[in-house]
Write a protein that binds this ligand. Structure first.
Ligand SMILES: [Zn+2]
Ligand SMILES: [Zn+2]
Length: 334
């Protein structure tokens, strides 16, 4: 529970129950802290009294409501942070995170979780996956799903020159996603040596440590003055957004998946940039079957972004470690 800036507490709460016939309750095998949890933790996003946290999850179904048809108790499931019915026009168009019945999942840093619209939201694995795959399956729920959307929305194609702005967990997994989609060059804007190393493991070909105008100049230099085909903005600040727009070539694609905080775009600049811009809360549900498959088949190992594992009781230390950038992403074991 978040009580105020810097004040996360582990406390006993009531186990969630089925509230609507379309709900499921799952027992979480693992959960985690997200970069976006740090905005309210830092006091940069107001909260309304003590607030339960967490929106990334996977685990075993305990109980389902009377209207749930495809999800069964005992199944191992992964779901998106945005619950969706998967039947409305927006869902069928592939934008489940804009579902007409959307509900945000927001109480996942806990041993049990109530998931609304279970049939539309959850994807079961073919059997019980082995423990060592839990971290990678957990990333499908948000960070990997969001990173995949970043690469997809920026139209990463085989042979493309890609720039990733940001070296948080989403930025790093955007590198992995761009690599999977066949990018030839993946340039990461990062200043942290340990993160650069992981970026290279995931497929980054070049690192740019400069920021702002200098960063843009460096990208231009690396692309013979042209700019990148695809730019993936994974931070959400004014500086990172400006860097991203200016790094793309005319006709190039820019995606932005970091929740914007204080970002304002200049219409004239956007007009003359000739850049396609597409972003938003990732429709993770669209990608879940594919991503789960890639993990189960050992094609990708996105769970490597978790560089600190703590018992759920130590959630406060988890937030501190991410806030102080001692950890890229913290896995919590209920
Ligand atoms: Zn998240
Ligand atoms: Zn829908």
């Amino acid at each position: 529970m978040l009580y105020g800036p810097g004040d996360i507490r582990f406390e006993d709460r009531e186990t969630p129950n089925i509230m609507k016939p379309t709900d499921a309750v799952i027992r979480l095998t693992v959960t985690c802290v997200c970069g976006s949890d740090l905005w309210p933790y830092r006091g940069l996003q107001p909260i309304n009294g003590p607030t339960a946290m967490g929106h990334e999850y996977c685990g075993i179904v305990e109980e389902v409501g009377s209207a749930v048809k495809s999800i069964k108790p005992g199944q191992f499931v992964v779901g998106s942070f945005a619950a969706s019915d998967s039947t409305c026009p927006h869902c069928r168009y592939g934008y489940q995170s804009s579902c007409q019945q959307r509900e945000w999942v927001s109480t996942a840093q806990a041993p049990f979780l109530r998931v609304p619209l279970a049939d539309g939201t959850l994807v079961p694995t073919p059997g019980m996956p082995s423990d060592n795959l839990f971290p990678s399956l957990l990333t499908c729920s948000d960070v990997l799903g969001t990173a995949w959307f970043a690469a997809d929305a920026a139209k990463v194609k085989p042979g493309a020159a890609v720039v990733v702005v940001g070296d948080g967990a989403v930025g790093l997994l955007s590198v992995l996603s761009a690599k999977q989609m066949g990018a030839e060059r993946i340039i990461v804007m990062s200043r942290h040596v340990s993160r650069q190393k992981l970026a290279q493991e995931f497929g980054a070909t070049e690192i740019v440590t400069e920021r702002g105008d200098e960063g843009v100049a460096r990208i231009k230099e690396l692309t013979r003055g042209v700019g990148a085909d695809s730019v993936l903005e994974c931070v959400g600040t004014q500086e990172s957004m400006m860097q991203a727009i200016q790094s793309a070539r005319p006709g190039g694609h820019l995606s932005f998946v970091g929740v914007p905080h204080g970002v304002e775009l200049n219409g004239t600049q956007l007009f003359f940039s000739h850049v396609h811009v597409h972003g938003g809360p990732a429709p993770v549900r669209r990608y879940l079957p594919k991503l789960i498959d890639l993990v189960l088949n050992g094609k990708i190992n996105p769970g490597k972004v978790f560089d600190l594992v703590l018992p759920l009781e130590q959630v406060a230390e988890g937030y501190r470690a991410m806030h102080e950038r001692r950890a890229i992403k913290v896995l919590l074991r209920p």
